[in-house]
Design a binder for this molecule. Structure first.
Ligand code: ADP
Ligand code: NA
Length: 332
């Protein structure tokens, strides 16, 4: 069924990466004008589930908004806002905290990864994160969510919360949400560890490509990326046991808007000595206009705040009646 309303968000938890661009931002922009209404959010309430320095958080929120805008999210065609400015998110999340089960939360792999061995000393919010994410989406009755592969499990929980709410209260109120996890870059991996995803929330990984990197930095990081000495095969079937190579080809394909097999058809028989510079050129050519637009927006923080404020008003107008009806259903 064709989506009618798309929602997605990005945490202002650090500098955005190439993974955030290819897995999220680029796709957010592409959904505009395809039919469904598009609603995009800087999710600062999610970011504070781990410690954020207040002044830095304000800066990172503007920077994330600048990245949305620079990547082509157009406030005339989409609603773009900051989560904490629309109270319905936190309020609906509380209601969902009474619907969701504790065991569902403990099973989330992101919670296990982020809490590590220290799971008694993380914030309660980190555990309840998926409940807030369900509220983000369902406060708008959004029915489709473009995300990277890492968010798949959380989206299943959104579906579980919606279904349990509808069942417990005997209503057919919250829609079934479809994850839109598509394309060659649903999980861009770290350039130094093919088993870990590239993440802005992992400051220890200096190999990650940031949206603010210049062409030199990008080229150095790609040159240093872990690979092997084998030539490239003619199709992705030949890369089954070569995760690092697969990652670089997928990145190339996503940047070029091509299938990975089409990319390999051109590079068949060549080694990384040829492939890496080509990838670095393509990445720099794609990112440099985005980086430039980001710094233009960042030079005018008042304009970013104005755009976010206007977006928050529009988001609030959509969410309020849905929140009011939810409370009514619950007898509140
Ligand atoms: P991060 O994990 O980098 O802190 P977020 O949790 O804010 O990023 O996620 C923002 C969006 O970017 C989500 O849709 C997420 O699935 C996507 N995303 C994050 N990292 C990657 C990646 N390495 N590859 C593809 N998509 C990603
Ligand atoms: Na994430």
């Amino acid at each position: 069924k064709a989506p009618t309303r798309i929602f997605s968000g990005i945490q202002p938890s650090g500098g955005l990466t190439l993974g955030n661009y290819l897995g999220a931002l680029k796709r957010f922009a592409a959904f505009q004008g395809t039919g469904p209404q598009t609603i995009y959010c800087v999710v600062d309430l999610h970011a504070i589930t781990v410690w954020q320095d207040p002044a830095r958080l304000t800066q990172q929120t503007r920077e994330a908004a600048a990245a949305f805008l620079a990547a082509g999210v157009d406030p005339a065609r989409s609603i773009l806002f900051n989560q904490s400015q629309v109270p319905a998110h936190a309020e609906l999340a509380w209601l969902f905290n009474t619907v969701a089960r504790l065991g569902w939360m403990y099973r989330m792999t992101q919670f296990k990864d982020k809490s590590g061995k220290n799971s008694e000393n993380v914030s309660l919010g980190l555990l309840a994160y998926p409940s807030l994410m369900a509220a983000d989406i369902l406060a708008y009755h959004a029915d489709a969510v473009p995300v990277g592969d890492d968010q798949k499990q959380h989206l299943e929980l959104t579906r579980d919360i919606a279904a349990k709410f509808n069942h417990d209260y005997g209503v057919d109120f919250f829609p079934e949400v479809q994850p839109l996890i598509e394309g060659p870059a649903t999980r861009v991996m770290s350039l130094r560890d093919g088993a870990k995803k590239m993440s802005k929330s992992d400051p220890s990984d200096a190999s990650r490509i940031n949206l603010t990197d210049d062409a030199d930095a990008i080229s150095q990081k790609i040159r240093k990326a872990r690979t092997d000495a084998e030539p490239l095969p003619g199709s992705m079937d030949g890369l089954k046991d070569r995760p690092e190579a697969r990652n670089l080809v997928n990145i190339y394909a996503a940047l070029a808007d091509e299938g990975p097999d089409a990319v390999l058809a051109r590079f068949e028989g060549q080694g990384f000595g040829a492939f890496k510079p080509a990838l670095a050129d393509l990445a720099a050519a794609t990112l440099s206009p985005i980086t430039a637009r980001m710094s233009e927006y960042m030079a005018d923080p008042a304009e970013i705040d104005r755009i976010l404020g206007e977006g928050a008003d529009r988001a609030d107008a959509l969410a309020q009646p849905i929140l009011a009806r939810t409370k009514e259903i619950m007898g509140l």
